[in-house]
Design a protein. Structure first.
Length: 218
């Protein structure tokens, strides 16, 4: 006797939705045998999932963390895969290689990134100044985008004052000195004042640094 087709049983009658759901529930958590897994693999060869099926699979796996055993199986499976042919590699390069964006698109991306305040870990001297300014009740913002290309350490908007905490090593490098000079000129051209404190100054006497800023703001 040939095997039943589709959703029919051996007698040829159609299985009900209720019966199929009960069968699905009985199979939950029961691993397939190697023979069944191979049959499923062969049956799915060459088949492409519809967008709806892909979305269902994506939602079903959201938040699921593979076990160590599953990850090890995946790793071993990848190691046992035969190397890709030169033709396949060329297709992958053609489909996923770098795309040349237009000048307009690149400019939009650049401007969008400039106006993003990226979360960053504050340096010890920035933390020291922030605590000192807070102790004095000074109102300021940190790393606010300005002039379309900079994110200064401290911005006192009402008084148009910028305070920079400069590391002794990094800000003494030739490239950094040049960037700092450009920043100072850009700020002054836009009507802002810039106060810079060296790392050694802040660590030696942060109170004097805070007093200098408070005197400027008064």
């Amino acid at each position: 006797m040939s095997a039943p087709l589709g959703n029919q049983n051996a007698s040829g009658s159609t299985r009900s939705l209720e019966w199929r759901e009960q069968a699905r529930q009985r199979r939950l958590g029961v691993p397939h045998s190697p023979v069944v897994r191979e049959k499923i693999r062969l049956a799915n060869l060459g088949r492409r999932q519809s967008p709806e099926s892909k979305e269902k699979n994506r939602l079903a796996h959201l938040g699921r963390v593979p076990s160590l055993e599953a990850r090890e199986k995946n790793r071993q499976a990848q190691l046992q895969r035969p190397p890709r042919s030169p033709e396949t590699l060329e297709k992958l390069r053609a489909n996923h290689g770098p795309k040349a964006h237009s000048l307009e698109t690149r400019e939009k991306v650049r401007r969008a990134r400039i106006h993003r305040v990226f979360p960053k870990k504050l340096t010890s001297i920035e933390l020291a100044l922030r605590e000192e300014f807070g102790r004095r009740g000074l109102a300021f913002e940190m790393h606010r985008p300005l002039f379309g290309q900079f994110q200064p350490d401290f911005v006192f908007d009402q008084e148009r004052l910028i305070v920079q905490a400069d590391g002794d090593y990094w800000h003494n490098l030739p490239g950094a000195l040049e960037r700092d000079a450009i920043f100072n000129e850009t700020a002054r051209a836009n009507g802002w004042h810039v106060l810079r404190f060296w790392e050694s100054e802040i660590k030696k006497d942060v109170t004097s640094c805070g007093q200098a800023v408070a005197d400027f703001l008064s």
